[in-house]
Design a protein around this ligand. Structure first.
Ligand code: GDP
Ligand code: MG
Length: 440
């Protein structure tokens, strides 16, 4: 594959103390072959080689102490740029719901990815999406989406297969507004090949619901075809991003490199399997590192962190539900905050917390945290578990022990009460949310 080809090329020059123009030429031949072998679009390869060559024979490389390393750096930077540079985000409509249309050919992975994306929006962004079955042609397409919806416990909007997809989409957005869904994910029909009828239907849906995003789902295994499909959809319909599926398969990866360059639309996510959690945001820089065989440390770290956080969030959620959250837990949370980032971020991770307006305004700085810690540590075990027993004389003792004014002790106790109240509301909201999830 591309990674191996490039890596062996890099290995050859890695140790070199001096790079001549001839070296660069020889190397670029290798890179060119590797890219073509990986099924990267010919024009994309030409432009890429030109850019890298110009930089590689330039001053920044030739004058440096480690020219071999510099060339690798240039190749990596240009690979990153080729795939879009910065990682791009999903739109958030200022006037919810944010509407996302999923389009693509049959079998590309639209329906599966619609489920994955809904799961991602809830798990990573605390969003509450409505799935919409607008593929009325493929047998069992509606059922497939409903099955996915059940797996992730999310409502699926359908009007059966007798209603026009344009009307389905319109009604779904209205329903989402009524039910306070912040995202609407419309799973549309595909065809084996691009045809006028399909495009017309997609255009009509687009005109009717004015989506904030149109994600084209393409199968990475189809190589150059994926690039051509992306080009046509972009020209005929206009897309805002691409989701590349089946990157877990035996693909040479060329599509990832060409699509952005050909369509000028970013790859937003990649599908890495059939399971609902096998969707990852696309990071151009990490993909470039991976291609060059430099490892993918950042993704690993992120994953490790996410799993730890998820566990802690779960534990906390259970405490909330049983209302057994004590000042000790509060303290524990605060010490985690130091390691994990700001408390507001932590709170946003909690299920249901995204819907709470007040949470966006919570901000606690380091110094305050240390003071709060001092106050809680000056309490007895009983006081921490039952703060309601803390009377005036206990407050004076705690204030003295922690070296903080008594008003601060009062404020902390009040904040803790507020937090408990908020948790109660959140727990109730979640219960209601589950009931609403019965929508068919
Ligand atoms: P649609 O016709 O575009 O809606 O495609 P589907 O969502 O029905 O998917 C077609 C097939 O591709 C299904 O068997 C999916 O399980 C499979 N699939 C979708 N995404 C991925 C992926 O990222 N990796 C793998 N290995 N299979 C996938
Ligand atoms: Mg489908």
């Amino acid at each position: 594959g591309l990674a191996d080809r490039l890596q062996s090329t890099m290995q050859k020059i890695r140790g070199k103390g001096k790079v001549t123009e001839a070296d660069v030429k020889a190397m670029m031949r290798e890179v060119r072959l590797a890219l073509l072998y990986a099924d990267v679009n010919l024009k994309v390869v030409k432009d890429f080689i030109k850019k890298v060559s110009e930089r590689a024979v330039g001053q920044e490389v030739m004058r440096s102490l480690t020219p071999g390393q510099q060339v690798i750096k240039v190749v990596k930077e240009e690979l990153t740029a080729l795939m879009g540079g910065e990682q791009s985000k999903i739109a958030v409509s200022p006037k919810p719901p944010t509407v996302i249309m999923m389009v693509g050919l049959q079998g590309a992975g639209k329906t599966t990815t619609t489920g994955k994306l809904a799961n991602h929006l809830r798990k990573k962004h605390n969003r509450n999406p409505l799935l919409v079955a607008a593929d009325i042609y493929r047998p069992a397409a509606i059922k497939q989406l409903q099955t996915l919806g059940k797996q992730i416990n999310m409502p699926v909007f359908t009007l059966g297969d007798k209603v026009n997809p344009v009307d389905i989409a319109k009604k779904a957005v209205e329903q989402a507004r009524t039910d306070h869904h912040d995202y609407v994910l419309i799973d549309t029909a595909g065809r084996l090949h691009i045809d006028g009828e399909l495009m017309d239907e997609l255009k009509n849906i687009k005109d009717a619901v004015k989506p904030d995003e149109i994600f084209l789902v393409v199968d990475a295994m189809t190589g150059q075809d994926a690039v051509n499909v992306a080009k046509s959809f972009n020209e005929q319909l206009g897309i805002t991003g691409v989701i590349l599926t089946k990157l877990d398969g035996d693909t040479r990866g060329g599509a990832a490199l060409s699509i952005r360059a050909v369509t000028e639309k970013p790859i937003k996510f990649v599908g890495l399997g059939e399971k609902l959690d096998q969707l990852e945001p696309f990071h151009p820089e990490r993909m470039a590192s991976r291609i060059l065989g430099m490892g993918d440390v950042l993704t690993l770290i992120e994953k490790a962190q996410a799993s730890v956080d998820e566990e802690k969030a779960k534990e906390l959620e259970k405490k909330m539900r049983t209302m057994s959250f004590t000042l000790d837990d509060f303290l524990e949370q605060l010490s985690q905050v130091r390691n994990m980032g700001p408390l507001d971020e932590l709170l946003k991770m909690l299920p249901g917390a995204g819907k709470m307006k007040g949470l966006n305004n919570i901000h606690i700085d380091e110094k305050q945290i240390r003071h709060v810690e001092a106050i809680i540590q000056s309490m007895t075990t009983e006081e921490k578990q039952k703060p309601e027993i803390i009377n005036a004389s206990r407050k004076r003792r705690i204030a003295k022990g922690s070296g903080r004014p008594i008003q601060e002790v009062n404020r902390l106790l009040k904040q803790f009460e507020e937090m408990k109240k908020m948790m109660k509301q959140m727990t109730n909201m979640q219960k209601k949310g589950k009931k609403r999830g019965a929508l068919k």
